[in-house]
Design a protein around this ligand. Sequence first.
Ligand code: DGY
Length: 359
Amino acid sequence: MALPIVVVTRRIPQQAREILGAQADLVCWEQGCPVDRKWLLDHLPKADGLYCLLTDRIDREVLQAGARLRVISTMAVGYDHIDVGACTARGIPVGHTPGILTETTADLAFALLLSAARRIVEGVEYVRQGQWTTWSPDLLLGQDVYGATLGIVGFGRIGQAMARRAQGFQMDVLAVRSPHGVSGSPPSSVSPEAGTQLIAKPKLDRKASLEGTSQGESVRASFHEVDLHEALARADFVSLHVPLTSHTHHLIGEAEFRVMKPSSILINTARGGVVDPEALYHALVHGHIGGAALDVTDPEPIPVSHPLLTLPNCLVIPHLGSASVATRTRMACMAAENIVAGLRGDALPHCVNPEVYPV
Ligand code: DGY
């Protein structure tokens, strides 16, 4: 019997390829760049499954071309690039990769916080350009991280992982669980009293984390739950951890920057669209905030001519939140496991739209 066909929109790790290849014939866009739209539309009519990335726009045109599709899975936790409503209307389950990238992404967010606070990138450039001729007491002075106040906007898995890191630096954490009524992924365990919450601690065992376990024993982390306005007004650092939706698009814009402290540093590892880039540029140039460190941008990739890239107090890196070998490999395999389940007619292990399944 012929195997089902799965279209894969990028070169993916060998382990994930093997999981898919054992169950399906693969039609792969083998290049290191995003799939050509025409290539995708031309190959979809025969596809039973679609394995995609966050760089692919999965819209009605794609679904029309892929009339046979029984499952779609993205190698990402965020799925703002997929028209999930249209998939649900067609009864197509959509898979994603929650949990496994939580700690890796929080590591990167904290690295950005430290880098921006202590001006590490400027320091590297200073040395490379041969400017380091003597020690000087006022050279590249930054901000203390220990004991500072961190506002975490979106207190789902990654926001909580950020709070755990902040605890090690004796920071005060202000958690905005629901900015404008929208939160990140649900908290793992909630205590009703404000200021303290049981937060799932990851297993430190690397093997366990490679197997997809990000939940372990719980630790008590202290934080204060506040609204967005209070977090912005009080925080020395504001880190964004909300998904991009119609509610969170440009959640941080001109009005929000005006509330922030002039020394405040914004960290975005969520989605570029959560921040209004023009308002950010204006806020940085006019000193409404002290700096920004962005892993995600709007647009993405950010053009090299973009005004934000001219500012020394704006640090931009190319969407590296989950970019460790182990995590990206695990994400690729998890996305493949979703596809395999969907082809078998089983419920996806990590499904964005479980309402496609009859109760
Ligand atoms: C995701 O998975 O949504 C991240 O942004 C990519 O690491």
